[in-house]
Ligand binder design. Structure first.
Ligand code: FES
Length: 180
């Protein structure tokens, strides 16, 4: 307390004034703190929602049972299936397709039908000018049986992860073609 205060207020009033001041300070700190907390709470919650999917451990391959292994021949055949796709908080089950065949060693492999030029769908033996190849009707890209790009497209067809279990072919994630 300064000398000026002592002169301004009688001695018996000083403790009451000091109590009043500290209550006011207490209220202003409490209300200020609560206000700041309430203002930052939505930010913290939104940040958690935005970042959480990135922190989730990526699930490994989800295998989808597609066809009996003994139906697969050396000639590629097209099969449709549905696969659960998780993208952050969004889950879907899009219809997908794969060209599945055996190589010269009898090993089963599966290719994406999506052309690597601009994304049209390729067909096996789709053009009489390119027998025993995948052909894209949009701009004429064509590919070997194992997906190697022969014209137009800059890259080979993507490949599915393949697992054969108990007589069935299972397909996993798409990956860059490792066969060519
Ligand atoms: S999208 Fe297939 S050739 Fe262009």
């Amino acid at each position: 307390m300064t000398e000026a205060n002592k002169e301004e207020f009688p001695a018996e009033e000083m403790p009451a004034i000091r109590k009043e001041m500290s209550r006011r300070q207490f209220l202003s700190y409490t209300l200020g703190g609560t206000g700041a907390f309430l203002m930052t709470l939505p930010l913290v919650v939104n940040l958690r929602f935005a970042v959480d999917p990135l922190l989730q451990e990526r699930a490994g391959s989800e295998w989808v049972k597609v066809v009996e292994a003994d139906k697969i021949t050396e000639t590629p055949q097209s099969f449709s299936f549905q696969k659960r796709v998780v993208d952050g908080w969004y889950e879907s089950e899009p219809k997908m397709e794969a060209w599945i065949a055996r190589d010269e060693n009898g090993e089963i492999f599966a290719l994406s039908p999506i052309c690597k030029h601009l994304g049209c769908t390729v067909n096996w033996n789709g053009s009489p000018n390119h027998p025993n190849e995948y052909y894209c009707p949009c701009h004429g890209a064509h590919y070997t049986k194992e997906g190697k790009a022969l014209a137009i497209a800059p890259e080979p067809l993507d490949e599915y992860e393949v697992m054969v279990d108990n007589g069935f072919v299972y397909l996993g994630n798409l990956k860059p073609n490792e066969r060519v």
